[in-house]
Ligand binder design. Structure first.
Ligand code: FAD
Ligand code: NAI
Length: 466
């Protein structure tokens, strides 16, 4: 240790980096974390998961009251008004509280925050704001940033063509918002602004929204978002965006070729994916190359090809999700400390926080079929008593199990609380559970989770309430 300033230096304080730094310190290692942003918490806490969820929550409340839907339950409200600045400042307060919380945790665990951009000068050395720092182990947790669309200039300050960071800070509700990309960001933030009164058009290049999700889920989600009033134009490519003053014209044409057309918009949200952050990191100084997708490859322990250099989170292959980054953060710290840190990448849940929520874990039906014989059980939320009592009829639970062993291979849920329901599926899979295990687990009544039990019974061909 005496040869280095730190045992561990983590670059980036997102969910991957801050968790790695805290766990390393908890394990008795002298730890620092370099972060160039003015606050800790990375994309997730500052401009990602947390502010988007705060706006999803607030906009859902607004729509519930404003739309008059509550009258159906005997709750009559009139005169509901949107106060967007207050909604935004509440969101900012949540972000401030949580990012400040990480600063507190750093102090509590004696993690030094090195403020500034870190660049490698050698395998065990970086420079942060002109200051040289050495560490026995360096963890790259630099995250990701928005993938640009060639020829389309994002200007969050102007607020006409924006990325997700601009779209969580708009000063007024756009008349018409065009979202480029029918993925998670497009649908979550498109939902926020639709609920607040915008007309929303989603332009998706592929023939279905939500790529990577189970085919049934994609079809059903498409139907539900359309029912909510979002216009979804699949199989459509954007050929250009022209901005004139406070308006934009989006030129589109069929992805398969054909006549183009122009769509007028007040705000254009570019949400076509995210790319790993490795620019300006000085990887050339340590002879570390990235793969074709710009990601840093690691082994099972999160070690890179350069001894003493590790990588986790959005900057390495795998889903770009905060909880995946966090689990990798824990594991890498434990591996550095000589313990055994493992992440089971086959069981990483994913949730789209729209209403209803869309959640999945494990293999899609399409992927599972390619691997062998399967059994599928499906149960509609319409037949679940709690969903019925709450007037939340949309969605289903689908369980895919191995035809021979009955082991659960994948679970896909569309339901108002799918994000909460998916946890039990992930746990069952992590424990190597079968659909019979789930079917014979007592579930409280009346809960949405009973639909998971019923779907498991459906795998056996014996659901009760269907
Ligand atoms: P990041 O959170 O990106 O953190 C990396 C940090 O490193 C950044 O703060 C950056 O400033 C810093 N950094 C980069 N380079 C350097 C350098 N050279 N020196 C110093 N500092 C550096 N995921 C979910 O699981 N659930 C969600 O609900 C969810 N919602 C999202 C909503 C939006 C709008 C977006 C954009 C993303 C969302 N995500 C969500 C994805 C999630 O934010 C990321 O998967 C997660 O933040 C990745 O964590 P990370 O630690 O790898 O990197
Ligand atoms: P995404 O990968 O989810 O979706 C991008 C969409 O854009 C895809 O459907 C793709 O086919 C489409 N697309 C690509 N190029 C296009 C083009 N030129 N024209 C039209 N469509 C095009 O990426 P997104 O939504 O930007 O999110 C980035 C990442 O952030 C996701 O991978 C996700 O992991 C993470 N995230 C997670 C959330 C969550 O967990 N709830 C919420 C928001 C983001």
């Amino acid at each position: 240790m005496a040869d280095f300033d730190y045992d561990v230096l983590v670059i980036g304080a997102g969910p991957g980096g801050y968790v790695a730094a805290i766990r390393a310190a908890q394990l008795g290692l002298k730890t620092a974390c370099a972060e160039s942003r003015g606050t800790l918490g990375g994309t997730c806490l500052n401009v990602g998961c947390i502010p988007s969820k705060a706006l999803l929550h607030a906009s859902e409340k607004y729509e519930e009251v404003h739309s008059g839907v509550l009258a159906k339950y005997g709750v009559k409200v009139s005169g509901a008004e949107l106060d967007l600045p207050t909604m935004m400042s509440e969101k900012d307060k949540v972000v401030k509280g949580l990012t400040g919380g990480i600063e507190f945790l750093f102090k509590k665990n004696k993690v030094d925050w090195l403020k500034g951009h870190a660049t490698f000068t050698g395998p065990n050395a970086v420079v942060v704001e002109g200051k040289a720092v050495t560490a026995k182990n360096i963890v790259i947790a630099t995250g990701s940033s928005v993938t640009p669309l060639p020829g389309v200039e994002i200007d969050n300050a102007k607020g006409v063509v924006v990325d997700s960071t601009g779209a969580i800070a708009l000063e007024k509700v756009p008349g018409h918002m065009v979202v480029i990309g029918g993925g998670v960001i497009g649908l979550e933030l498109g939902s926020v602004w639709r609920r607040l009164g915008a007309q929303v058009t989603v332009v998706e290049y592929l023939d279905q929204i939500l790529p990577g999700m189970d085919g049934d889920v994609r079809k059903e989600a498409n139907k539900l978002f359309k029912k909510q009033g979002i216009e979804i134009r699949t199989g459509t490519k954007v050929t250009g965006v022209a901005v004139k003053g406070k308006k934009a014209t989006v030129s589109v044409e069929p992805a398969a070729g054909g006549a183009g057309e122009a769509i007028e918009a007040d705000v254009v949200l570019v949400a076509i994916g995210r790319k790993p952050n490795t620019d300006g990191l000085g990887l050339d100084k340590i002879g570390l190359a990235t793969n074709q997708r710009g990601q840093i490859e690691t082994d099972h322990d999160f070690g890179t090809a350069v001894p003493g250099v590790w990588a986790i989170g959005d900057v390495i292959p795998g889903p770009m999700l905060a909880h995946k980054a966090e689990d990798e953060g824990l594991a890498v710290a434990e591996n550095i400390a000589g313990l055994t840190g493992i992440v089971n990448h086959d069981v990483i849940p994913a949730v789209v926080y729209t209403q209803p929520e869309i959640a999945s874990v494990g293999l899609t039906e399409e992927a599972a079929k390619e691997k062998g014989k399967i059994k599928v059980g499906k149960f509609p939320m319409l037949a679940n008593s709690r969903a019925k009592a709450n007037d939340e009829p949309d969605g289903f639970v689908k369980i895919i199990a191995d035809a021979e062993t009955d082991r659960v291979l994948g679970v896909h849920i569309i339901a108002s609380v799918a994000g909460t329901m998916i946890a039990q599926a992930a746990q069952a899979m992590e424990f190597g559970g079968t659909s019979e295990d789930i079917a014979y687990t007592c579930h409280a009544h009346p809960t949405h989770s009973e639909a998971v039990k019923e779907a498991a019974m459906a795998v056996q061909g014996k659901p009760i309430h269907m």
